[in-house]
Design a protein around this ligand. Structure first.
Ligand SMILES: Nc1ncnc2c1ncn2[C@@H]1O[C@H](COP(=O)(O)OP(=O)(O)OP(=O)(O)O)[C@@H](O)[C@H]1O
Ligand SMILES: [Mg+2]
Length: 229
């Protein structure tokens, strides 16, 4: 589902120091839950943005569901991204002047079949029923993160790229978010989740680690009781 080779993006080529990512290669299959660890500044968000078709690498190759978004025309790339990738951003990126329900629906093109009823299902499943007509500024961090997740799940993407989706959440909200990502993966979705913490490790098929932009380790976990496969 995701296959990348030698991805490099350097934000400071003239300074000599590597900022960004360097020569990153890995694959993630359909139905796989991959956790990406690394200290602040190690390149996690950079890698996720590149994989999501939002930040062009300086070099390297990417195949996402069989396509390299950077070889498509801009409109084709936008359409491909909208269809294939659900992105849960580190800072939520909700639209401040839309309420919860409309923020979730913003994940789909207008007029998509059954969008409202599917959004309503997600609102119930994610415990947002009481807040569906409220605006992002009035929500807690946990509620905002659940809205961002619902928006990503609504379009049933092939891949969800989640950047620190539990970073601001208490353990119970973190579990809600991770359980939903796990359920999505069991339906055949691919999850790549970047985090500082260890909450998501128990869901991971594989754990990757970035250190100063370089992928330094990739470990596989055996199947575990909370997430049978
Ligand atoms: N647009 C940019 N312009 C210049 N430098 C950037 C840019 N984006 C990221 N960087 C630098 O690249 C490095 C990697 O940043 P990145 O945001 O990918 O780290 P991260 O692992 O996601 O960190 P965090 O855990 O704090 O979110 C950092 O040193 C950062 O300052
Ligand atoms: Mg980051």
């Amino acid at each position: 589902m995701i296959s990348c080779s030698q991805l490099t993006r350097n934000f400071a080529p003239s300074a000599g120091s590597v900022l960004g990512i360097s020569q990153v290669s890995f694959q993630a299959d359909r139905g796989e839950f991959v956790v990406l660890h690394g200290a602040s500044g190690s390149g996690k968000s950079t890698l996720l943005l590149i994989l999501g078709g939002m930040l062009q690498p300086d070099s390297g190759t990417l195949s996402l569901d069989g396509f390299n978004p950077y070889t498509l025309t801009r409109p084709d790339a936008a359409q491909f991204r909208a269809r294939t990738v659900g992105f849960v951003f580190q800072l939520f990126h909700l639209i401040p002047y839309l309420d919860v329900q409309l923020n979730i629906l913003a994940g789909l093109p207008a007029g998509s079949p059954n969008a409202t009823s599917r959004a309503d299902d997600l609102i119930k499943q994610l415990g947002l029923l009481d807040r569906q007509n409220d605006y992002p500024a009035t929500l807690s961090a946990g509620e905002r993160q659940r809205v961002a997740l619902a928006r990503a799940l609504l379009k049933s993407p092939k891949v969800i790229l989640a950047d620190e989706p539990t970073g601001n959440l208490d353990p119970s909200n973190a579990s809600i978010v991770l359980d939903h990502l796990d359920a999505y993966r069991k339906r055949g979705g691919t999850v790549l989740l970047a985090t500082h913490g260890s909450d998501a490790d128990r869901y991971a098929d594989r754990i990757l680690r970035l250190d100063a932009g370089v992928l330094v380790s990739a470990t596989s976990r055996p199947p575990h009781p909370t997430s049978p496969r």
